[in-house]
Structures are given as structure tokens and as C-alpha cells.
Design a protein around this ligand. Structure first.
Ligand SMILES: NC(=O)c1ccc[n+]([C@@H]2O[C@H](COP(=O)([O-])OP(=O)(O)OC[C@H]3O[C@@H](n4cnc5c(N)ncnc54)[C@H](OP(=O)(O)O)[C@@H]3O)[C@@H](O)[C@H]2O)c1
Length: 292
């Protein structure tokens, strides 16, 4: 990672799936890295955000988000603060100090009614509060920082740490005789380790604007769960079900496969999700903690 090594880099939301993956990749190589989890820098507190004016980073990686899709439906105002207002404020600060802002968004900005992968410039039409707040965050970042932003839309993120689909299925495999998993929603699983690694490639290649980035291949949640069980073992039987049989507070897109062609053109293809899953599930040799 040539140029990144010499930049002043700040990671926000460093305690999450993706934030920790960036720390994992950057801590060994970056000469100047500041890492903030929510307890150290709350994006909704403008006063603490202003700290960035003093630090004057070259690059801000915003991994912070309100990611509780059902929770956002109940309290959209709170999701809005983190997912829309804060990225807009961050973009204004980045503009003021001449920093590049890398911001992450979601497949849930699309309605899920398509039958082919969503292109980067496909119209956004979120069907829920989480997607609405994330779409508004994108809009504000573009507006405040037209040239120096990179928005990376991703999907179905999991990591060897934290709470995510993989950790939930692993737990259920140990606890239950039968697990029912929806089979009529399709998307692309994304290992946070791969997402961070390839985002850094995009940054190094000078990408700006909006890109789609996930692991290669696609799956239903049911197929994803079967693969997890195949890797970790466990006695539970996994059965497919339809979305209607597994009611949730928020409606999810039926089809949220992102078209990756722009990313392929710039940095080539990534790993297939099944391969990335194996790496993420058995990361014993990796140093996974946040640096002190
Ligand atoms: N997870 C997915 O499946 C998925 C799918 C598509 C796109 N994405 C996007 O990918 C990015 C990374 O997601 P992720 O999976 O890493 O999410 P995550 O594991 O939920 O991490 C988000 C982090 O943001 C922190 N945070 C929340 N509110 C904050 C605030 N006000 N100030 C500072 N930090 C705050 C959270 O801290 P607390 O834990 O203390 O609340 C958490 O550590 C997000 O932009 C997300 O929208 C995720």
C-alpha cells in the first residue's frame, strides 16, 4: 500500500465489523493512524467531530453507521442523525481541511425489484427507514464534497468479530435443533476483511465517486447459512422459509445484488464469498484486537 502508508488516516466507527477490519489492515503499515470508536468520537456530537479540524487527516474512513435495520424503522430520527446528518457534517469538515472522505453505504438504497444486478447509477428507491437514511447520507456527502469523496456501497457484511449474520447462525447452530432461514432474498455476502482490503485498493487507485463492492457470487440467506454450517459444523438442521414466514419490523429488498463492474474495471475481481467466508471463520492467526 504505497501512498496510504504516508497519509494521516482517521477511522471512525472503529469498533464495528468494518472499522475493525480497517484497523487490522492499516495498523501494521500506516505511519499515522487515529482510531475512534463511538465512545471516543460520537458522530452526532458536532463538538467532538470538530476535533478533526485539529488533527487534519488526509483521509477519513467513515465506518460508523446506525445499522439496526429494524431499529431504524422504529426510530428513524436516530438513524437519520448517524446515517444522514453526520456524513453530511463530516463531508463539510473534510472539505474545510482538504481531506478525502470514504463513506460506506448499502444495497438497501435499492428497492429490490430488479432482476439483474443494480448498476452504480441505478435510481435509488429505498423501501425502509434504514435505506432512506443511508440514501440521504450519500446525497449529502456528494453535495458537500463533490470531488473528494468515495462512497462504497456494500451488502450483507459480516466479520470474525461483533454481531452479524455469521455470528448469529453460529450461535443458533449450537443452540437449536432446527433453524429456519429466508430463501427468497438474494444478495452478495461481504467479508469485512475483504471489503476493507479492497476498499484500500480502490483508494490507492484514486477512485472517487460511487462504487459497489462486495465479495463475488451471490446467495440467498438460506444458502449463506448452509455454507456457514458446512464450515463450522453443528447439529442443527437448516430449513428454507419465505420472508412472509419470518416477519420482521422492516421489509427487506427481495433482490439486492450489486453490479460490481466499475470496481472490477479499476481493481479487478475479488474473492468468491465462499472463499472469503472460510478465511473469516478461521482467523486464528490474525491479530484481531484494536490497537491500544
Ligand atoms: N452490516 C451490514 O450488513 C451492512 C450492509 C450494507 C452496508 N453496510 C454499511 O457498511 C458500513 C459498516 O457497517 P458494519 O457492518 O461495520 O456496521 P456495525 O458493525 O454496526 O458498525 C457500525 C459502528 O458504528 C458505530 N456507531 C453507531 N453510531 C455511532 C455514532 N453516533 N458515532 C460513532 N460511531 C457510531 C457503532 O458503535 P456501537 O456498536 O457502539 O453502536 C458500530 O461500532 C456502514 O456504513 C453500513 O451502513 C453494512
Amino acid at each position: 500500500m504505497g501512498t496510504l502508508r504516508h497519509q494521516r488516516i482517521v477511522i471512525l466507527g472503529a469498533g464495528g465489523n468494518l472499522g475493525r477490519a480497517f484497523v487490522h489492515h492499516l495498523a501494521p503499515i500506516a505511519k499515522s493512524l487515529r482510531v475512534y470508536d463511538r465512545s471516543e468520537l460520537d458522530l452526532t456530537q458536532k463538538k467532538t467531530l470538530r476535533r478533526l479540524f485539529d488533527e487534519r487527516p488526509d483521509l477519513i474512513l467513515n465506518c460508523a453507521a446506525y445499522t439496526d435495520v429494524d431499529g431504524a424503522e422504529r426510530d428513524e430520527a436516530r438513524a437519520f442523525e448517524v446515517n444522514a446528518r453526520a456524513p453530511g457534517d463530516l463531508a463539510l469538515i473534510a472539505s474545510g481541511i482538504g481531506a478525502k472522505l470514504v463513506h460506506f453505504s448499502t444495497d438497501y438504497v435499492f428497492d429490490g425489484e430488479a432482476n439483474e444486478p443494480y448498476a452504480v447509477d441505478a435510481p435509488v428507491a429505498p423501501i425502509g427507514a434504514y435505506g432512506r437514511t443511508k440514501a440521504e447520507g450519500e446525497r449529502r456527502v456528494r453535495l458537500a464534497l463533490p470531488h473528494d469523496h468515495l462512497i462504497v456501497r456494500t451488502s450483507w457484511v459480516y466479520a470474525p468479530w461483533g454481531t452479524n449474520f455469521v455470528s448469529t447462525i453460529r450461535r443458533l447452530l449450537a443452540e437449536r435443533p432446527v433453524i429456519r432461514v429466508v430463501s427468497d432474498q438474494r444478495g452478495r455476502p461481504s467479508s469485512a476483511l475483504e471489503l476493507a482490503r479492497r476498499s484500500l485498493q480502490l483508494i490507492e487507485s484514486g477512485a472517487s465517486g460511487t462504487y459497489h463492492l462486495s465479495d463475488e457470487g451471490e446467495a440467498s440467506w438460506y444458502e449463506f447459512a448452509l455454507e456457514i454450517a458446512g464450515v463450522v459444523g453443528g447439529r442443527a438442521r437448516i430449513e428454507p422459509c419465505r420472508s412472509e414466514e419470518y416477519p420482521t419490523f422492516a421489509r427487506r429488498p427481495r433482490f439486492s445484488v450489486l453490479d460490481l463492474s466499475e470496481t472490477h474495471a479499476l481493481v479487478g475481481k475479488g474473492r468468491h464469498w465462499k472463499e472469503a467466508l472460510r478465511e473469516a471463520i478461521a482467523p486464528k492467526e490474525l491479530a484481531l484486537g484494536l490497537p491500544g
